[in-house]
Ligand binder design. Structure first.
Ligand SMILES: [Zn+2]
Length: 355
């Protein structure tokens, strides 16, 4: 959807920009595409299983006939699946774009480039409407053409000032008859000024607090424990099974009776992600978010600090420390156990430390 092409067009005033934008209306927004495969049962089966859709008319010929169809029909919302180019073609065009060899000259690309040049460099999809003429049946060969249907005047939105672009995709069958229409709308907008609000007293950007956990009678003990520097695990007082995240009943014996046990804070990285975007102002990035397996056996999600985000290794031994983010929030943050870090299971005292 995004175009990286930039041109050397002169800066346009509002009126001439609107004229330019309107000149794209009615033009093709992409090449005509013919589906690689006819409508078929295997693709439908994968879809309904992925979507957990149990409507039998999609996979059972008799059920479809009983429902008044001539045979199996495809789920209407599979519409786009029939014209997908597949992974290989997508990878090839991604590579071409990265090499600066993108086609980039379609009217839609030029429209996006014109908006980029005018400062509307951010994009977000806003809505997608599909209209179906008839159910698709096995053997249908679907093709699609697309055009720029509308470009709005400049609008002020919660995200910023921008223009809505509506692309219309017309789906046809092997006879050229229309089977469906899809309108896909995006907002191409000017990103807000990145400058953060500045406090007059310190001239430091105001840093919002971390999001609050949603406290319930089941999980409150956990966050009260972290305030005291204790990592608590819920334990069934009937059978002794440990469980996390906290919940009302024991998954082993179904008892509602529980107490807690204090964990050592030692564990290993069971899995992880490194979050780069989007950047939430309360956090520092890259942000290592790990699923830590505690030596007691339960796992919890927490940040890992003191580790190179580029070389996080599953299985790394870690130790919890407690970091106080504000008056209300103290959380365990895990640090790798190696060399000098081994004996540092204590409240973090360095507010400048990575977290
Ligand atoms: Zn139990």
């Amino acid at each position: 959807m995004s175009a990286s092409k930039s041109s050397s067009s002169p800066v346009l005033d509002g009126a001439s920009l609107d004229d330019l934008l309107q000149s794209f209306v009615g033009q093709a927004s992409g090449p005509a595409v013919r589906g690689q495969d006819p409508v078929n049962v295997p693709m439908i089966r994968h879809w309904v299983e992925a979507m957990d859709d149990h409507n039998p008319v999609y996979v059972d010929d008799q059920a479809a006939r009983d429902a008044g169809y001539a045979g199996i029909i495809a789920p209407p919302t599979m519409l786009q699946a029939w014209i997908m180019r597949g992974l290989r073609a997508s990878q090839e065009s991604d590579r071409a774009r990265a090499d600066g060899q993108a086609g980039g000259d379609s009217p839609s690309d030029q429209l996006m480039a014109a908006l980029d040049d005018a400062g509307f460099t951010s994009v977000v999809a806003t809505n997608c409407d599909q209209h179906y003429e008839r159910p698709l049946v096995l053997g249908d060969r679907i093709s699609v053409t697309s055009l720029v249907e509308a470009v709005s005047p400049e609008k002020t939105t919660g995200l910023g000032v921008g223009h809505f672009i509506t692309n219309r995709l017309d789906f046809t069958d092997q006879h050229g008859e229309p089977v469906a229409t899809m309108r896909f709308r995006i907002l191409k907008f000017r990103p807000p000024d990145k400058a953060a609000p500045v406090s007059e007293a310190t001239e430091q950007p105001a840093r919002p607090k971390r999001p609050r956990p949603s406290l319930t009678q089941d999980n409150q003990f956990f966050f009260e424990g972290t305030k005291e520097g204790k990592l608590l695990i819920q334990r069934c007082s009937n059978c002794g099974t440990l469980r996390h995240p906290p919940r009302p009943a024991c998954p082993n014996c179904r008892s509602f009776d529980w107490d807690t046990v204090k964990a050592s804070g030692r564990g290993t990285i069971y899995s992880y992600v490194v979050n780069h975007h989007p950047k939430v102002p309360a956090f520092d990035y890259p942000l290592v978010v790990a699923l830590v397996e505690l030596e007691e056996g339960t796992r919890l999600v927490a940040n890992v600090s003191g580790i190179d985000p580029g070389i996080v290794v599953i299985g790394t031994a870690v130790q919890a420390r407690f970091e106080t983010f504000d008056d209300e929030l103290t959380l365990p943050v895990f640090h790798p156990v190696d060399g000098s870090d081994v004996d540092t299971a204590r409240p973090a005292t360095d507010p400048e430390g990575a977290h």
